[in-house]
Design a protein around this ligand. Sequence first.
Ligand code: IMP
Length: 178
Amino acid sequence: MDNFVEEVLLNHDQIVEASSRLGKVLTEEYKDKFPILIGLLKGSVPFLAELIKHIDCDIELDFMQVSSYRGVKSTGTVVMLKDIVTSVKDRHVLLVEDIVDTGLTLKEVMHVLDDRGAKSIEVVTLLDKPENRVVEMKPKYVGHTIPNKFVIGFGLDFNEKYRNLNYIGVLKESEYKK
Ligand code: IMP
C-alpha cells in the first residue's frame, strides 16, 4: 500500500465491477434516448472512461469544468470555468461525477442545465458521501456509498495529486496536516 494511504476503500477490480454494473443499468434505461454524458472535469475522467466501456447504446460525450468557492459552509457559489459545447435542449442528460459530497456543485449545474431546457437530468457518480450533504441531492446511479472521509485516487485529488492512482484510498491525516 502507498505510504500516504490510510486504507484502501476500493481496489481497481471493485471500481471496474461498479462501473460495469452501472453501465448495464444505463444501457437498459437509456437505449433509445441518445443521452449526453457530461463529465465534470477533472475528477470524473477516469470513471467516465471506465463507465462508457460498459454502456452498450449510443451516447454523446461532453465536458464541463466548474469550481466551487465556499466562503460560508451552507452556501456554494459555482463558477463555470469551461462550458459544454452541445445544446442540451430536449436532451436526456447524465451528469458524471467522481464523488458527491455537499451536493452544492451538482445542484448548481443541474439548475443551469434545467434552465437550458434539458428533458431529463440524472447523476451518475462513482462515490457518494451522503453524511456531508448540505443540500438535498440524491444521485440516482451510485457506484459505492462511502463514509465521510477524504479520499484520493481514480480521479480524486489532494492539491491536484493522486488522480492517477488506479484505486480509491483514504488519505492519511498526516498528509494534509503537515
Ligand atoms: P460537492 O458535492 O459540491 O461538495 O463537491 C464535489 C466535489 O468536491 C467533487 O467533485 C470533488 O472534486 C470534491 N471532493 C469532495 N470530497 C472529496 C474527497 O473526499 N476527495 C477529493 N475530492 C473531494
